[in-house]
Design a protein around this ligand. Structure first.
Ligand SMILES: [Zn+2]
Length: 393
């Protein structure tokens, strides 16, 4: 996860009604009809009677009218991108615009083509700015994570490859597993809590997070109290991976590196041939978290040290992280590794309290929040196994 977990929405409330309907040139650039259609589809199974369904549709129309003011920041020009990016924290517009952007068949997603035959897919207007990576081989493709799951990432993936797709989750937090049920093959690290979590689907706490952080439809969902769980069901993993396992995609091999710390099921992926390291939530440009009931600073430090060593041995220069931006320099991972060791050793005395958690800043981009200072670790973001009281020794 990224951004401040407990913060209040960055956006001002959208005026309810009274906003002008889309018109003229601007309207043509807004996926207004598609947004509405997508949510009709989601809702098809929700209302029990025609009357209810019609009431739902009327409310959606009503809210989309006011919602228009909101989505008109959908960026199509540099100016609009600038206006839009101003709504997000830590948004590196220049960097973002430097990526090769591809059209997607589904509104609400960005897709970038990255060096090394990798696609980065991101649900826009969502605070988390979480990236899923499609990594094609010759015989099959691997999809590292499925995002929030509010919109249909499967459509985007199908537009990019005809190969059979295996999903592998970088870990089991809600912002990486939301679209799992849209795929047949879903793998995760072989961790009982992760398997239980994926099978059960997001917890109530997580569903609330999904809802609160999905700008695209939030006002509709808040008003309608739509059951997010219907959109993001659980999906029992069909396979598991272990540390050191090689995943052969045909003409392309990926190596699993178990990197616990943020969560016990965290993995990174190494593409030796293409000198790429996918770092998941263990490393990305932004606020990182080691504050959950199942986080471990000791593991975090070791995992980053191990990943850095592997990256250096394999000539990796760019890493592909899961939040904020789809690329980062190895040099920043190197600095972060050293910084984290200092934090663990108690050598960094300066920190700020963010949402109650001590947060150590490496610079104005990279930081890490820990549990401690009288603040209980955060719960509700892991599998059912973690929601049970710990057994007495
Ligand atoms: Zn995340």
């Amino acid at each position: 996860m990224v951004s401040l977990l407990l913060c209040i929405c960055l956006f001002c409330p959208v005026p309810m009604g009274g906003a002008e309907a889309p018109s003229g040139e601007t309207a043509a650039e807004i996926p207004y009809e598609d947004v509405r259609e997508a949510y009709y589809r989601y809702m098809e199974t929700y209302p029990d009677t025609d009357e209810e369904a019609n009431a739902v549709k009327e409310k959606i129309d009503e809210y989309l009218d006011s919602f228009y003011e909101y989505v008109k920041t959908y960026p199509t020009s540099k100016e609009e991108w600038e206006a839009w990016s101003a709504l997000l924290d830590d948004f590196d517009l220049e960097k973002w615009m430097s990526y090769e952007q591809l059209e997607t068949p589904t509104d609400g997603f960005y897709c970038f083509r990255l060096p090394g035959n990798v696609y980065a897919i991101c649900e826009m207007l969502h605070e988390q700015q979480v990236f899923s990576f499609l990594i094609p081989g010759e015989e099959r493709a691997l999809l590292l994570d499925t995002g929030l799951g509010m919109l249909d990432i499967r459509e985007v993936v199908d537009s990019l490859t005809d190969l059979p797709v295996t999903v592998l989750n970088s870990h089991d937090h809600f912002d990486h597993i939301g679209g799992n049920a849209r795929f047949e093959e879903v793998w995760c690290y072989n961790d009982p809590a992760a398997i239980a979590h994926l099978t059960a689907g997001p917890s109530e706490t997580e569903l609330q997070e999904v809802k609160n952080r999905t700008k695209y439809i939030r006002i509709i969902m808040d008003y309608m109290d739509i059951r997010v769980r219907d959109i993001i069901p659980g999906k029992a993993p069909t396979g598991t991976v272990e540390d050191g396992q090689i995943i052969d995609l045909g003409g392309r091999k990926l190596e699993v590196i178990h990197t616990p710390g943020h969560q016990p099921s965290c993995i990174m992926l190494l593409d030796r041939e293409n000198h790429l390291l996918f770092t998941g939530d263990m490393f990305y440009p932004g606020a990182m978290y080691c504050l959950f009931v199942d986080s471990s600073l000791g593991d975090y430090v070791q995992s980053i040290r191990k990943a850095l060593a592997i990256a250096e041995e394999n000539g990796v220069e760019q890493v592909y992280p899961s939040h904020n931006l789809p690329t980062a320099d190895l040099e920043d991972l190197r600095r972060f590794s050293a910084f984290l060791e200092q934090v663990e050793a108690g050598e960094i005395s300066e920190y700020e309290i963010e949402d109650g958690y001590p947060t150590y800043y490496m610079d104005d981009v990279y930081s890490i929040s820990l549990a401690g200072e009288g603040q209980e670790p955060m719960s509700g973001f892991s599998g059912p196994a973690w929601e049970e009281p710990a057994p007495e020794n």
